[in-house]
Ligand binder design. Sequence first.
Ligand code: MN3
Length: 230
Amino acid sequence: MNKILCLITLLALTLAASAQDGKATLQFSPLPYSYDALEPHIDARTMQVHYEKHHRGYFQNLIKAMQELPGGDQLSLEQVLGQLKGKSAALRNNAGGHFNHDFFWQSMSPQGGGEPEGLLGEKIRQSFGSWAEFQRQFKQTALSRFGSGWAWLCLGPDGGLFLCSTANQDNPLMDLAEQPGIPLLGLDVWEHAYYLKYQNLRGDYIDAFWHVVHWPTVQTRLQQALANRK
Ligand code: MN3
């Protein structure tokens, strides 16, 4: 009798451990700063609703949508983004929604702002002519997204940088992206990201973004992306 109990306990523990291992690839990470840390550029109320309601919603719906992928709980989020062709809109929207928001939170910091230096600054000048011209083109890209979506700075297959915009929660890592690339910086231009403070003035929100971009993080992403190309 004891032996059977032991076996059942062992089996239960093994199942619990493997379920935990599987889930470890998908996590709802804490915000890397407090809700009011990016004031006055991004207000605390927007940060709180955006993180607690919108981002958490994408994460929870992604967990459900992952059930359509065989062995889905063993895949990294990047692997899921690379196999969305032919899959449901729920998987596409929520995988993108979770990735994009994690990426966005990490792109900003209360210590952000200024101009990118080093290799990143150099590549921006090479690809866009100047820092001011890069800012102008990024703003234009973010303004011209009709409805909801994102503006991106990416590393392209040729090793140069380019700007693009994606609709809804799509991103340039997806296998169905029109312009595939490695994202280095992304700006959420859904109204939920700025409407409480900026209402219809998306341009003012884009201008404010430059005060909170954490360029060292963007530089690290560039270095990793270049290293992975080799
Ligand atoms: Mn959002």
